[in-house]
Design a binder for this molecule. Structure first.
Ligand code: BEZ
Length: 214
């Protein structure tokens, strides 16, 4: 079982772009690894189309994208060709051909009672640490805009030492402001109260403070 906070396991994978060693191949970069149940299936096709047309947005955040399913590389190549010929979109990111299911098994991507991968998403940071894992079932397609939001939020959190609220940057309560870590000591409670008085932060209470992202 892999969990967030762990290093992404060192594995060699066969992809539509050739063999790669993970996480080494993306060293120093964020990467998003997502699995889909199978090639040539309807929901997966809509997800691949949607991912490709957003790929630029992932790259703008300094992140690479890589797909995975328990299929052979020939199947991935043929499916990508079908998407290009029929939907006019060329899949530019690599897809792992995990035909033995060993990578999916190691990453815990196969649901109970299934032989296919779930719709899993792993976000891995430039140090190779797994920062987020999201699982969707086969019958529901993912929203890549939410994955982009999650990636961006992790980057903002790392850079600024803040936390991000529900649906940030469109939060109903604190708008696009960011959350100051809650005070965990009497000294910090005092500090938050002083920061509030100086107008540096706003607070509903000392444990619920927020500020503008500069
Ligand atoms: C699909 O992508 O349409 C799909 C794949 C596996 C199970 C159910 C739906």
């Amino acid at each position: 079982m892999v969990i967030i906070g762990q290093k992404f396991p060192e594995i060699e994978v066969n992809t539509t772009h050739g063999k790669m060693k993970l996480p080494e191949h993306f060293k120093g970069k964020w990467f998003v690894l997502f699995s889909h149940p199978a090639d040539f299936t309807p929901v997966c096709t809509t997800e691949f189309y949607a991912m490709q047309i957003r790929l630029k947005k992932f790259k703008e955040l300094g992140a690479e994208v890589i797909g995975l399913s328990i299929d052979q590389v020939f199947s991935h190549l043929k499916w990508a060709e079908w998407i290009k010929d029929n939907l006019n979109v060329e899949i530019e990111f690599p897809i792992i051909a995990d035909d033995r299911g060993s990578v999916a098994e190691a990453l815990g991507m196969i649901p109970e009672g299934s032989t296919n991968t779930a719709r899993a998403v792993f976000i891995v940071d430039p140090k190779g640490v797994i920062r987020a894992i999201v699982y969707y079932p086969a019958e529901v397609g993912r929203d890549w805009d939410e994955v982009l939001r999650l990636l961006r939020a992790l980057q903002v959190s790392d850079k600024n030492g803040v936390a991000l609220p529900h649906k940030w940057p469109e939060n109903e309560l604190i708008k696009d402001n960011v959350i100051v870590p809650p005070a965990g000591s009497v000294d910090l409670i005092k500090k938050r109260k002083e920061q509030k008085e100086r107008g540096e932060i706003k607070c509903y209470d000392w444990w619920l403070c927020y500020k503008e992202l500069k």
